[in-house]
Design a protein around this ligand. Sequence first.
Ligand code: ADP
Ligand code: MG
Length: 238
Amino acid sequence: MAEVRLENVTKSFGKLTVIPDISLTVPDKSFTVLVGPSGCGKSTLLRLIAGLERPTSGTIRIGGDDVTDDEPSKRGISMVFQSYALYPHMSVARNIDFGLRISNMPTEEREKRLAEAARILALEDYLDRKPSELSGGQRQRVAIGRSIVRNPKVFLFDEPLSNLDAALRTQMRVELAELHHSIDSTMIYVTHDQVEAMTLADQIVVMNKGRIEQIGSPMDLYDTPASVFVAGFIGSPK
Ligand code: ADP
Ligand code: MG
C-alpha cells in the first residue's frame, strides 16, 4: 500500500515561496501525472516526495506513514530524471544492478531482480553492451531498470522522455504504460507534453504557480476544465 499524501505542504527557498500550500492524495498504484508551466514547482514537488528537499512546513505520508523527516533511502521511492547519467565504462547489466551490489544484496536475489528488469524492459539481449552501444531509448530504459531493481513502492519520473525524439517518445510512452501494468507501483510522472499526460494518466494534477488548479481524470479535464488556465493547457497544441 503506497498511497502518497501531501498535507498542507509548503516550500520556500529563502524569500521565494515556490509551493504556498499543497494538499494532494496520490492513490496507491495510480499513474498520476503532474503538468503545468515551466517553473511552477513540479520538480520541487517530486523532490519533496523523494526527500531530496525538506518542506518548510507540512507533512508527507507514504502508505500512511509520516516520512517528512526520513532520509530518501528510507522512503521506498525511486526517481528517474530527464538527464540520466549511465556509467560509460560499465555494461548494461552492471549499470542496472550497481545499486544492489553496493548494498551487498545476496547474489541470487540480485540476479533475479536484474533478469526481471531486463525482461520487463526488453533489454535481455543488451546486458553485455556498453551504454555507448545503445540507442537513446535503450539508454533511458537502462536508467528505468536501475529503479525497477530496487523494487520501489513509488516511482517518480521527472520529464524522463523530453530528451528523446518524437518517434522514441511514442514508443517509450507505450512501454511506460506496460511497465505500470506489469509492476504494481504508484507512479508520479511530470511532463509538459499533453499527449503524454492524456494517454498515461489515471489522474492528472494541473499545477500553476505552486498551486493545484485542478485534479481529475484525463476525460474530466478535457470535458470540464475548471478554469481558462486548465482549458488552455489541455487544449493547446504542443
Ligand atoms: P518546474 O519543475 O515546474 O519547472 P521547479 O520546481 O524546478 O519548477 O522550480 C520552481 C521554482 O523554484 C522556480 O522558480 C525555481 O527557480 C525555484 N527553485 C527550485 N529549486 C530551487 C533552489 N534549490 N533554490 C532556489 N530556488 C529554487
Ligand atoms: Mg522541472
